[in-house]
Write a protein that binds this ligand. Structure first.
Ligand code: SAM
Length: 235
């Protein structure tokens, strides 16, 4: 089985309109952006963006929302957490947590497909976080690696991972595997609805997991943009 068959992910296309005509973000030239979430991060995070490795190579809106949420509401709650990010892309969420939340006892894992590994690693080093953050390949739908099984993550971060229907069952499988591994784990899940099919993912998630909307003072703003923020836990 080829990598593509195992891990479907769409080619990024700025002309890839969905059925509701909501385009994916537009192409940007490669470059480095600094983000500080309206001053919530003392020292801004530097993020290299480069779409040549795939669509995760740029900042996505749900990543920005989830990163800000974690900073604002979980700055002091994650010290003992074992944190793993799925579909991390350039790593905005995990790196924000590693930089801005109280010192973590455990390394934080950024995970994505192999194409994104070098960008994740680049952004880890760009921010001097090599001692705290690890970049690893985790293809949704595949059995969890021994390293992840041993790590036993109890905080899972996932932002803008709902955008390509063929990958929905694979992502569901991985979420299921992670919640089976650590039944007390919480998945912080943020996505932007771009196509009607995106809500099918939520419907499946509600069947499989306990799904709760998370309070956030920015909800009225991001809600208007079609962004949703949930916690998934084991039923
Ligand atoms: C839209 S990007 C979001 C990136 C980042 N979380 C953010 O919010 O900026 C989705 C990410 O999911 C990853 N992805 C897609 N299909 C995947 C799969 N089958 N297994 C693992 N990662 C996948 C992509 O490589 C990409 O980095």
């Amino acid at each position: 089985m080829s990598d593509k068959e195992r891990s479907p992910s769409p080619e990024f296309s700025p002309l890839g309109f969905g059925e509701d005509l909501a385009p994916l973000p537009e192409y940007k030239a490669a470059g480095t952006t600094a983000v500080d979430f309206s001053g919530l991060l003392g020292e801004p995070l530097k993020l290299h963006e480069d779409l040549k490795s795939g669509c995760g190579g740029q900042l996505w809106p749900a990543g920005m929302v989830l990163a800000k949420h974690m900073l604002r509401y979980h700055r002091d709650t994650l010290q003992h957490a074992r944190i793993l990010e799925l579909g991390a892309g350039g790593g905005v969420v995990g790196l924000t947590v590693a930089r801005g939340c109280a010192s973590l006892d455990h390394p934080l894992y950024l995970t994505d497909m192999v194409e994104m590994e070098s960008l994740m690693q680049h952004n880890i080093s760009l921010n001097g976080l090599d001692d705290r953050v690890r970049a690893r390949v985790l293809n949704w739908g595949e059995p969890l690696s021994q390293e992840v099984l041993d790590f036993k993550p109890d905080v899972i971060l996932a932002a803008d991972c709902v955008y390509f229907e063929p990958a929905f069952p694979l992502l569901m499988q991985t979420l299921h595997d992670l919640l089976a591994l650590v039944p007390a784990a919480t998945v912080f899940f943020c996505f932007k609805k771009r196509r009607r099919a995106d809500m099918q993912f939520l419907k499946a998630a509600r069947k499989a997991f306990a799904v709760a909307e998370i309070e956030d003072e920015d909800r009225p703003v991001f809600g208007r943009e079609g962004l949703f923020l949930y916690a998934f836990t084991k039923k």
